[in-house]
Design a protein around this ligand. Sequence first.
Ligand code: SF4
Length: 382
Amino acid sequence: MLDTRFFSDEMRKQLLEWWQIHGRHDLPWKRGDVISLGASDLQGNTFELDPYPIWVAEVMLQQTQLNVMLPYWKRWMLELPTRADLIFACLDKILFLWKGLGYYSRARRLHQAAIQLGDEPWPRTLDAWMSLPGIGRTTAGSILSSAFNLPFPILDGNVTRVLARLQAFSMPPIKAKTLFWSWSEALLDREQPRDFNQALMDLGALICIPGKPQCFLCPWQEHCSAYSYGCQSKLPVKGKARESPYKVIGVGIVLNELGEVLIDQRHNEGLLGGLWEFPGGKQDPGETIQATISRELKEELDIEVEVGEELIVLNHSYSHMKLCFVVRLCRMIAGRPKPLASQQIRWVQPEDLDQYAFPAANAKIISALLEYFQDKNSIPIL
Ligand code: SF4
């Protein structure tokens, strides 16, 4: 294994030279508004960038790939171009802009953090950024180095992979976080942290990729322990995957005589907070799916329904569990719906459902419902 003393100036120079030619220089949040110039000009790296677009991008990138998040980021910046716009935006709008990105707690925390910051000057310390909701050390380090060119290391998935291979590290990196942080810190070019961190991420994203890295193009080939042992494809070592619990969810699509569908909005706190959904819930042991849907709709909405034909069955995996949604069309036979377990309910025309932010799994339910209406010539017969 390489000692950190071997993280030399030569390595930094090689990486930055590679990056000047092959790096990703077109990330729009890294070409954003320059908020102040230092003694030098843009070429001299002493300028500062507006942290807001960088912050939004970093939070979106926490669990989403660049090519997926880019259109979302562009739309977000058009709708909420400044921190003040985010502070005064309603949560419904924020969740709608996030619709499709998943892990909606990121959007809620971004909003909370903007409110917490208020109109204070942008923080310039790791602690200050990390005290905000949804900001870990990597996100904080990336914002500080990208916006203000301050010397803070980062340790995202790309950087972790590069380091694990450089050091031919034989354990899962998750078990040695402190060590990996110390390596990232030792590697960092303290004169050019903005470019260096970006170059390190780009190396991981473009060359030192998962599976089969492109070592023949790598500026660090001669320094890489994994390459010299020929074990680069086996690294980083993965930890044992945990078995996710599996749950069946009964979902009721309640339609009225106008062809409107009943949806409810989850409370803002907790998993998928603030999102809209079709009512339903977890099947109890030994319960039929009809009984589950009837029970859940009584508990959640205080209505009695006749559970009709199946609309769709779909599986969806979250990071911590696997769900199977069994979706049935329902007819209300008694009661008036009340939001007993949600913040509000609404009757909505199916073609207007795309105006609401739903969890990712619901997109297929909505498509199935729209197809059902087309097949049945609009109003369903239950
Ligand atoms: S030589 Fe290969 S494995 Fe090593 S850092 Fe470069 S791309 Fe990654």
